[in-house]
Design a protein around this ligand. Structure first.
Ligand SMILES: [Zn+2]
Length: 159
């Protein structure tokens, strides 16, 4: 895996501690990222330094929706959150990534939708955040690979 070293936080996740990693495959990875350690928040990222959606390859584009769907489902099933957000900006870090954030019942009305990002500073909780990783990892693997350990045939047909 080529890592571009120019202060890209998203690239730096290639060297993240295993306790932060939900999954990594050839094109995609998901982790608990420093600075976003809110319980139920995970960042899904392209493994190479592809900038914004326009920088994704056909292979990345055709697999992204599956990874996002499965990770959102895994996070929702583990947290029991009534909804799980997918947020994409690409401003501070153009390296393509999305924030997948469980929005629990305990999140006040003024911290929902776009305002949920205020929780980044208000609800940092590394132990709680990391405690979810093995559970989300197991749920993700069940959804993505199923009982046979094979990736879904639909996805294969699109590659
Ligand atoms: Zn990068």
């Amino acid at each position: 895996m080529t890592v571009v070293d120019h202060g890209c936080l998203i690239c730096s996740m290639e060297g993240a501690e295993p306790e932060r990693v939900v999954f990594r495959d050839e094109l995609w990875a998901a982790e608990v990222v420093p600075g976003y350690e809110v319980s139920g928040w995970f960042i899904l990222r392209a493994r190479r330094h592809a900038e914004r959606m326009a920088g994704l390859s056909d292979g990345e584009l055709s697999t992204f929706a599956f990874r996002a769907r499965d990770l959102i489902s895994a996070v929702t099933s583990v947290t029991g959150a009534p909804t799980t957000y997918l947020l994409m900006f690409g401003e501070n870090y153009p390296h393509f990534h999305v924030l997948i954030a469980a929005r629990g019942d305990d999140v006040e009305a003024d911290r929902r939708t776009g305002d949920i990002l205020k929780l980044r500073l208000e609800r940092t909780d590394l132990p709680s955040s990391l405690s979810l990783v093995p559970l989300v990892k197991a749920a993700y693997e069940r959804l993505t690979y199923g009982p046979t350990g094979a990736i879904s045939p639909l996805e294969d047909s699109r590659n």
